[in-house]
Structure formats: C-alpha cells, structure tokens
Ligand binder design. Structure first.
Ligand code: DP6
Length: 384
C-alpha cells in the first residue's frame, strides 16, 4: 500500500467568485482572483491510500467519518482515476481511504473546504502519478478549491467551454513576487450558523439582478485592473479594488431575495476603522475583504503591520493572554500618535468582540510530505 500525505493552503479572494453557470461541473459566472496564504499558519492535511483490501472508499474529516458518497467527492475521485488510467497507474482500479484535517478551527469558517479539496486532489494526483493541471478537478470539489492548488496570486478563469475544461486556475505571480505582503485575519466572535456559500450563491443567481450586472459589467474590467495592480505591486489600487469587490459581493448578498447577511456589526466596524485609518494616513495602507462569514481578512504591507496591529489591539482589547489571542507570525506593537489614540478611543469595543487574530503571509501551493510520521492513517489505512 502506498501512502501519500499532502498539505494545501487556504486562499482568500480579492475578486470574488459568486454564482455558477453550471452547478454540477461547478462552473462560475465570472473570473476570480485570490492570494494563497502560507501553509505555515493555516493548512489542510490529507493522507490518501489505495488498496485491493478496501471494498469501498472511506473518508474521515477532522476525526469524524463522513459520507464518502457525496457527488462532489465521487466526481473528484472519478476524474483523477480517469487521468490515472491514461498514465496506466495500477492504483486507478482500487478504492481509497482518505483522512483530512485542518490545523485551524473549521468553526472559524475560513475557506476550509478549499484547502481540504486542494490537499485531497494534490494527494490523489501524487498517489496515481497524475501530471499537469489539477485545478479543474479540485474545482469539482469546491469552486474556490481550484485556486488553492497554486501558490502566490491566482486567477480562476471562468472558461467558455460547456464541459468546463477551460475553467482552470493559473498563476498571476508567485508567492515571492510581493514578499512584503502580510495578512491579518480577525476572527470575529460569532458562532451563529450562516448560509453555506453553495446555497447562498444559488439563491443570488436566481433572484439578484445586481449579480447579473456585476458579472457582465463590473468584474471583467476590475479583473484586468487587479491583475495589473498585482503585477506592478501597486498597493493603493490593489487595496481599493479589493475593498470595492468585497463590498460589491456583500451588496449582491443583500440584493438576494430573501437577503443574505454574512457580515455583522463587528465586521462593519472593522470596515469603518480601516477607512478612517487610511484617511488619516492619506492613502490606502490597509484593505479588508470578507467572505461568506463575519471574519475580516486584512491585507497590508510588512512596514505597516506594527502600527495597524497596535490600533487593532486598542480597538479590540482581549482578556486572553497574547499566545491565545495572536497566532501565526510574530507581531510587534508600536507607539500610536495622538490622532490614532483618539481614533482607537472612538472605535473601542468591549473585550470579546474578536476571538483571535492570525498573522500570515503569501505562500506556495500544496506540498507532499515524505516523512512516515506525517501520515494521518495507520498501516491498515485507518485514522491514527
Ligand atoms: C465567498 O467555493 O465555497 O468565498 O463552489 O459551492 O463549493 P462552492 O462554493 P465556495 O465559494 C466561495 C465563495 C467566496 C468567494 C471566493 O472565495 O471567491
């Protein structure tokens, strides 16, 4: 039995995917662009093994056995096996055991399915010797997962073909292109169950006239501008487009009938704070973006992290110790000017508004782990 263990990153979109033109093949209505986050801080890890001894596929996620007959999982395994047959991999005839886990709480709602499917597909591709593009297969697990099979800055092309074969992800620039870029994720304390992205976007496609306008009139030009801003490392434009696109995505959710609310009061307060801060600085130093949940993902350059982080710590105080409250890359505090102290006073929240903060950077795509102790399945193919 051959075991393969793979880790894959989370990605955060700066031009959002929202709406499908084909539900089964998971084909989007518009192109989207994302940044792949470092696996050092957040990643999904998956071990896969194929054996003649297994009479069915089995799948465990975060320690719990899940339904291995979900259409999305079946589609992904089928596609990988079809590609494997072309390279005459013997394993393509066998059933698989899959075990996956995230090193960050799934409850935080942080793109866990994207990282999970990317790790699974990268693991299966390695097990079966499949080469070439795997984004079109990961896409069938979860749309945004196709962007997590690559590192750096990634564009998911909506494609034109009916079979979806041209709806793939490509690299705009590698992780090393903009090494100063940093990401702060503010995990907002909100345990309420929200609409899944899948059902939310389906409802938007059905009912929102604004989504149609966004897809046809806004995203094509904005995507070109975003590619240019990333390639030329123009943070001012990158930040403006990122915030505008996040706001437009959430406006589309509000235009959906019945409306969908993913952001809460804390999320809106973070937006206001970022604009007030940028205003004081006279240019865009920080950009926010929100996915299908209340958590903020903030992009900024390394040189600006200490000041903005200090501001955040003043606005969102915590009674937790710093090890629990601040995770990821080390963070330094700085001295705030009188003007920023006043800003913090005006925006101050009670303790507990944020659960915790993650500090991370741009990272590479999936990686195969070679050490046997890194596998999540034991020698018989069951969770360790
Ligand atoms: C708001 O990829 O989770 O994060 O394709 O139905 O699995 P499915 O949806 P999913 O949607 C992600 C939506 C988003 C925006 C984005 O990541 O582009």
């Amino acid at each position: 039995m051959a075991f393969v263990t793979c880790i894959a990153p989370v990605n955060i979109a700066v031009i959002k995917y929202w709406g499908k033109r084909n539900e089964e093949l998971i084909l989007p209505l518009n192109d989207s662009i994302s940044c792949t986050l470092s696996t050092e801080q957040m990643c999904a890890r998956t071990t896969v093994v194929a054996s003649t001894r297994y009479n069915e596929n089995k799948f465990w996620l975060n320690g719990k056995e899940e339904n291995s007959n979900s259409p999305r999982l079946i589609n992904c395994i089928k596609d990988i096996k079809e590609k494997a047959e072309k390279v005459e991999s013997e394993a393509s005839k066998l059933n698989v055991h899959i075990c996956s886990e995230n090193n960050f709480p799934t409850a935080a709602g942080l793109a866990s399915s994207a990282a999970g499917y990317a790790a699974l597909i990268a693991g299966l591709a390695s097990l079966y010797g499949v080469k070439g593009d795997i984004s079109a297969i990961a896409r069938k697990g979860s749309g945004s997962a196709c962007r997590s099979v690559l590192g750096g800055w990634v564009r998911w092309h909506k494609g034109e073909l009916a079979d979806g074969s041209d709806s793939i992800a490509t690299e705009i620039a590698p992780a090393s292109h903009w090494p100063e870029m940093r990401i702060l994720i503010l995990v907002v304390n909100d345990a309420r169950k929200k609409h899944s992205s899948t059902s939310g976007m389906k409802q938007s496609v059905k009912t929102s006239a604004f989504l149609k306008y966004r897809v046809e009139k806004i995203v094509p030009e904005r995507t070109d501008q975003m590619v240019k801003a990333i390639k030329t490392k123009d943070f001012e434009t990158f930040a403006k487009l990122t915030m505008q696109d996040s706001n437009q995505f959430h406006s589309t959710c509000l235009d959906t009938y019945p409306p969908i609310h993913y952001m809460n009061d804390t999320s809106h307060a973070i937006c206001d704070l970022v604009h007030a801060y940028n205003n004081i600085k006279g240019c865009n130093k920080v950009a926010y973006t929100f996915d299908a949940g209340p958590n903020a993902c903030l992009y900024m350059l390394e040189q600006d992290v200490p000041e903005f982080f200090t501001l955040i710590m003043n606005v969102f105080p915590s009674d937790l110790d710093s090890v629990e409250y601040v995770k990821g890359m080390p963070l330094k505090v700085s001295v705030l000017s009188e003007q920023l102290k006043e800003l913090a006073d005006n925006y101050r929240h009670n303790t507990g508004a944020l659960k915790y903060i993650i500090h991370t950077c741009v990272g590479d795509g999936p990686q195969v782990l070679r050490e046997p102790h890194e596998h999540l399945l034991d020698k018989d193919g069951f969770p360790c």
